[in-house]
Design a protein around this ligand. Structure first.
Ligand code: NDP
Length: 313
C-alpha cells in the first residue's frame, strides 16, 4: 500500500490506521491559520492525511522534530520562533534554507530502491526504513510571489525597499528581494546589532546591492513589516509615523495576516499608500510545502478560500 494512500471522495476520509500526520510547530501557535488551509488542500488532493498545530517550546524543538521523524510524519511547518534553530537540527537542508539561514518546511524522506532520498509520501509503507528530516524554506519565494500578485508588480528590479525587522522572515525577504535585483535595501530593527549582521550577510551574498541601516531620506517603493509588532491589539507601530506620513512610500506590505488590517496598514492606507497583508505570503509558502510533501500540484484557490474563511471567522 502506498504511504500516501488516496481516499475516494473530496471530503476528509474518516481517521483510521492509515491516516498520516503533518503539522506546524510554533510557540505560540493558537493563532495559526495553517491547519485550515492545509487540511482543505489535503482533502482536495484526496489524501488520507491530517495537519495539526502543535505548541512546541523552543527547548523541545529537537525532541519534537525527532519525535515526528520517529512517528513517520509526512512533514512539518515551523513558525515563530523555530525557523533559525531548525536549520541546526534537520539532517539535511536545501540550498534556499542554507542561504536564508532558516527552515520553515521539513520533508521526512526515506531511500528508494535506487538509494535516492524521496519524500515518505512517495514511498511504499513497507519500503520505509531509514528516515531523515530535510529542511526547506518556502517563505522567500512566497513573499515575492505575493508582492507581485497583491501589488500587480511583475518587475521589482531597481526598487528601493525598507524592511522593518531583522529576524528570520526579514532575512528571507531581504535575500530573496536581492535576487529580484532590487536597487537598495534599508533596514530598521529594534536591536541594531541584528540589523547590522543582516546587512553584512546581504552584502556578502550580493556585494553590488546597496544596504543601509536606518530610515531612507527619500520615499521608497516598498515598506515591509517583518516584525511581530501588530500581532497584538495595542502594539506600537513598527514604523515612525511621521516618516510614513511625510515620505508616503508607494506600497506597504505587512507580513501579519491576523488582524487583517494592522494599525500599520491602516495608517499607511490613510497616508495614501497601497497596502497588502501577509495572507498571500502564508498561502504561497503553504502551497509550496504541500507540493514538497505530496509531489502533487497544490490546489491553491481551494487553500486561499479556506484561509480567507479562517481569517474572517
Ligand atoms: P522572529 O522572531 O525571527 O523576528 C521578530 C522580529 O520582530 C525581530 O526583528 C524583532 O526585533 C522584532 N520585534 C519583536 N518584538 C518587538 C518589539 N516589541 N518591538 C520592536 N520589534 C520587535 O520572527 P519572524 O521573522 O519569523 O516573523 C516576523 C513576523 O512575520 C511575525 O509577525 C510573523 O507572524 C510574520 N510572518 C508571516 C508569515 C506569513 O506567511 N505571512 C511568514 C513568516 C513570518 P529584535 O531583533 O529586536 O528582537
Amino acid at each position: 500500500m502506498p504511504y500516501n494512500q488516496h481516499v475516494s471522495d473530496g471530503a476528509h476520509a474518516p481517521i483510521n490506521a492509515d491516516t498520516r500526520l503533518c503539522g506546524v510547530f510554533g510557540h505560540p501557535i493558537r493563532h495559526s491559520a495553517s491547519p485550515a488551509m492545509q487540511n482543505a488542500g489535503i482533502a482536495a488532493l484526496k489524501l488520507n492525511w491530517r495537519y495539526l498545530a502543535f505548541e512546541v517550546h523552543p527547548d523541545n524543538l529537537r525532541a519534537g522534530i525527532e519525535g515526528a521523524k520517529a512517528m513517520r510524519f509526512i512533514g512539518l511547518n515551523l513558525t515563530v520562533p523555530h525557523k533559525l534553530l531548525a536549520l541546526e537540527i534537520v539532517d539535511a537542508a536545501d540550498a534556499r534554507a542554507r542561504l536564508w539561514g532558516a527552515v520553515n518546511t521539513v520533508v521526512f524522506e526515506t531511500r528508494d530502491s535506487a538509494g535516492a532520498w524521496v519524500p515518505l509520501a512517495r514511498a511504499g509503507v513497507d519500503a520505509i526504513q531509514e528516515v531523515r528530516s530535510h529542511g526547506f524554506n518556502t517563505d522567500g519565494d512566497a513573499i515575492v510571489q505575493s508582492l507581485k500578485e497583491d501589488f500587480k508588480w511583475p518587475d521589482m528590479s531597481g526598487a528601493s525597499v525598507l524592511i522593518l525587522g531583522a529576524g528570520g522572515a526579514a532575512r528571507s525577504a531581504a535575500l530573496r528581494l536581492a535576487q529580484e535585483e532590487v536597487g537598495q535595501i534599508y533596514l530598521v530593527n529594534r536591536t541594531g546589532e541584528r540589523a547590522r549582521q543582516l546587512a553584512a550577510n546581504i552584502s556578502e551574498h550580493f556585494p553590488h546591492l546597496t544596504v543601509i541601516q536606518g530610515y531612507p531620506r527619500d520615499p521608497v517603493d516598498l515598506v515591509i513589516n517583518a516584525t511581530s509588532l501588530g500581532l497584538k491589539a495595542g502594539d506600537p507601530l513598527p514604523i515612525e509615523l511621521a516618516w510614513l506620513q511625510t515620505r508616503r512610500p508607494a506600497r506597504v506590505f505587512d507580513m501579519i495576516y491576523r488582524p487583517k488590517e494592522t494599525a500599520l496598514l491602516r495608517a499607511a492606507r490613510n497616508a495614501g499608500c497601497r497596502v497588502a497583508n501577509g495572507l498571500g505570503m502564508l498561502l504561497y509558502q503553504g502551497a509550496e510545502a504541500l507540493k514538497l510533501w505530496s509531489g502533487a500540484p497544490p490546489p491553491v484557490e481551494i487553500m486561499r478560500a479556506a484561509l480567507q474563511k479562517n481569517i474572517r471567522d
